[in-house]
Design a protein around this ligand. Structure first.
Ligand code: PA5
Length: 471
């Protein structure tokens, strides 16, 4: 696998005793890790309770997705994903990583691949603006919702459905919409059946934020020209490394243990994900949801109140060196920083010697921008380590579908294992569900519970004692 994990800079030898971990401390977790591997990870995997582990091996699904993707590609110039959270962030990050950076802007850059847009908000300006620039006759919409009831996604579906029905007639519907949802439950499934939409399943045992390698992520990727077989092969390869019960040899378990120990023993309550690559910038966004929703939990598995979780922060190197790094270096020492380095960029951009009148700039010339970016990473890592700020580095040899599949898989296993260390359920999201219920209630859904919820929210809004400051 073309991925390396360097954890030197979380050790006391690099960042001092107060902020760093001793090797003994890390290795001390080995027994617990081996136990968790047997009694937790293997159990949830082999019982089929948690399904993401085995997704890389689902060849039948990959074939089905590739077939549907070929049909869709012959039928559109634009592919629009309607989804939110786990039904949007995976498709976005894979697209940014593996397609031309300006894919949607330039037909030469994207070749025969359709444009891809992901509508992941209820913002009316976002939706109206998209309608301004797409041709409904040449667009396919992929409605993605596991529950099939999420208000943001279902309302988007209604808006675009009405547009297509009124402009292309009801007959156009089945050609223009594809649904990715639960096999049998939810409103989206019912509507898909009613209107004869092509559908792809989201397995019951795979939660939204772990679903990139289900049809949720695979269809948008395949439609926009990503080789999903290679993506899955990379994840399968990473599965080997991440199935090792030995903590010190399993990168996912090891980084989970590092985060857990730094959080609980050293007060590092923030996890920064900072790739030095624009192609990887949205991986930080995807990771942010994965880490936050999975680990941010009030109760442990025994029902004790523990308020677990680290706050994930996304950053981009070198851009955020000029925005965040001052804080990381000199502000509260409450973070662990995850750098991602790309060894070989897919494109070259050498820095030419053009300003003869200014020899002071000569030292910057002659090398490649990729070299400069990696020096910036090395320099930032050095400076943060000097300031006793714990950090780890993932190095990927090149941005390829295999490496992206591998990296995402690694972070998923890391998150599942961290859930085991914290003793929480990493696979539910009661806090999100609560917000969904309140939104539905405010929108006027009429069950008894909704009415009560709506009354509570209205009372809360009215109950604010201090008037807002008029600006
Ligand atoms: O990870 C999760 O479970 C959530 O972020 C969901 O993906 C998100 O709330 C969207 O849910 P659904 O796919 O049911 O529309």
């Amino acid at each position: 696998m073309g991925i390396r994990f360097d954890y030197n800079n979380v050790l006391d030898a690099a960042v001092g005793r107060e902020h760093g971990l001793t090797l003994k401390q890390l290795e001390g977790l080995s027994k617990q890790a081996a136990r968790l591997h047997e009694t937790y990870i293997r159990k949830i995997r082999e019982s089929g309770k948690i399904g993401f582990f085995d997704l890389p091996y689902d060849k039948a699904l990959a074939n089905r997705v590739n077939k549907l993707a070929r049909e869709i590609r012959g039928n559109c110039d634009t592919f629009v994903v309607l989804g939110i959270g786990g039904s949007a962030l995976g498709p976005i990050c894979v697209h940014t990583a593996l397609r031309h950076y300006y894919h949607n802007f330039d037909s030469a850059a994207r070749g025969k691949d359709p444009r891809l847009f992901v509508v992941d908000n209820s913002d009316p300006e976002l939706i109206a603006s998209l309608l301004d620039i797409i041709d409904l006759k040449k667009t396919v919409f992929n409605v993605i919702s596991k529950s099939g009831t999420t208000p943001e996604t279902m309302t988007q579906f209604m808006v675009f459905f009405e547009q297509v029905a009124s402009k292309l007639g009801k007959a156009g519907i089945a050609k223009r919409f594809v649904a990715t949802t639960d096999e049998s439950k939810g409103f989206l499934r019912r509507l898909a059946d009613e209107y004869g939409l092509a559908t792809l399943p989201i397995p019951d045992n795979v939660g939204g934020r772990f679903s990139e390698m289900t049809a949720v992520g695979l269809l948008p990727a395949a439609v926009s020209g990503v080789n999903i077989n290679q993506l899955l092969a990379g994840a399968a390869e990473m599965d080997k490394a991440c199935s090792n019960p030995n903590l010190m040899q399993n990168p996912a378990y090891l980084n989970a243990a590092i985060h857990y120990l730094l959080d609980t023993k050293k007060g590092k309550s923030i996890s920064v994900m900072m790739p030095y690559s624009n192609a990887l910038r949205d991986i930080a966004d995807w990771y942010r949801q994965l880490w936050a929703e999975s680990l941010g939990k009030k109760f442990d598995q025994k029902g004790n109140i523990i308020h677990a979780g680290q706050t994930p922060v996304k950053a981009l190197g070198a851009t955020d060196q000029h925005s965040q790094v001052q804080l990381y270096a000199e502000g509260p020492n409450d973070k662990i920083i995850n750098f991602i380095e790309v060894e070989n960029f897919r494109r070259k951009c050498s820095i030419p010697k053009v300003f003869k009148s200014l020899p002071e700039l000569d030292f910057m010339t002659g090398s490649d921008m990729g070299q400069l970016l990696n020096y910036e990473l090395a320099a930032t890592e050095f400076a943060l380590t000097q300031a006793n700020r714990p950090n780890v580095r993932f190095t990927i040899d090149k941005v390829t579908p295999q490496n992206i599949g591998g990296l995402l898989y690694l972070f998923e296993v890391q998150t599942a294992f961290a859930g085991g260390l914290y003793g929480i359920d990493a696979f539910d999201q009661p806090g999100v569900e609560e917000g969904k219920k309140a939104t539905n209630a405010l929108m006027g859904r009429g069950t008894k519970a909704d009415k009560e919820k709506s009354r509570q929210v209205a009372q809360y809004l009215k109950g604010k004692k201090i008037k807002p400051v008029q600006c």
